[in-house]
Ligand binder design. Structure first.
Ligand SMILES: Cc1cc2nc3c(=O)[nH]c(=O)nc-3n(C[C@H](O)[C@H](O)[C@H](O)COP(=O)(O)O)c2cc1C
Length: 163
C-alpha cells in the first residue's frame, strides 16, 4: 500500500467535494490517504517522507510516494487562494522531490481562455521540481453538464494499477 497525499486548491468549495470523492475511492481501494484542504508544504513533506520511512520498516509494502493535486482555477488563470502559498513554497523548495510521483485533476470552465491554467501550471512546476507525472492531467469542464465527483472517481479507478 502506498500513502497518498491529496492536495486541494479551491476557492468556492466545489473542488473539495471532488477531492473527497477521490479520497473515498482510494480508501475503498485500500490506499492510505491524507487530504489537505489547506495544503502546507512542510506538513505534506513530513507526511510524504515519514510514510517512506514507515514503508522501509515494511519491505512488503514498497512504493514511491504519490501526490494527487485537485485544483480549480480562479481570477484570470490564477491559483485559488487555498493553494497559492503551497505553490509559492514549492517553487522555493530545496528538498529532493525526485522520488515523488503525482497526478493532477483540474476543475475549470472552458468558457475561459485560461481553462484549467492553475492545474496546468502546478503540473509544470512539479515537473520542474523533479517530480514524475504518472498520468497526464485530467481536466473537468464545469461548463458542461457533468458530475465532477463521479468522473474523478471513474478516472482514479481506471488508473488504479499505476498508483
Ligand atoms: C471569478 C471566477 C474566475 C474563474 N476563472 C477561471 C479560469 O480562469 N479558468 C478556468 O478554467 N475556470 C475559471 N473559473 C471557473 C472555476 O474554476 C470553476 O467554477 C470551479 O468549479 C470552481 O471551483 P471551486 O469551487 O473549487 O473554487 C472561474 C470562476 C470564477 C467564479
Amino acid at each position: 500500500m502506498s500513502s497518498i497525499q491529496i492536495i486541494v486548491g479551491s476557492m468556492l468549495g466545489g473542488t473539495e467535494y471532488v477531492a473527497e470523492a477521490c479520497e473515498e475511492t482510494l480508501t475503498e481501494l485500500d490506499f492510505k490517504v491524507d487530504i489537505h484542504l489547506k495544503p502546507d508544504l512542510n506538513n505534506i513533506l513530513s507526511n510524504t517522507f515519514l510514510s517512506n520511512n514507515e514503508q522501509k520498516k515494511h519491505s512488503d509494502l514498497p512504493k514511491k510516494p504519490l501526490w494527487i493535486i485537485c485544483t480549480s482555477t480562479h481570477g484570470a488563470g490564477d491559483y485559488p487562494d487555498s493553494i497559492k502559498q503551497f505553490a509559492s513554497d514549492l517553487s522555493h523548495c530545496e528538498q529532493d522531490l525526485s522520488t515523488v510521483s503525482f497526478l493532477t485533476i483540474g476543475i475549470g470552465d472552458s468558457s475561459y481562455d485560461t481553462f484549467c491554467k492553475a492545474a496546468k501550471d502546478i503540473t509544470k512546476l512539479l515537473i520542474t521540481m523533479g517530480c514524475t507525472e504518472i498520468v497526464p492531467l485530467k481536466t473537468l469542464d464545469m461548463s458542461e453538464d457533468i458530475d465532477p465527483e463521479e468522473l474523478a472517481q471513474q478516472w482514479i479507478s481506471l488508473n488504479k494499477d499505476l498508483l
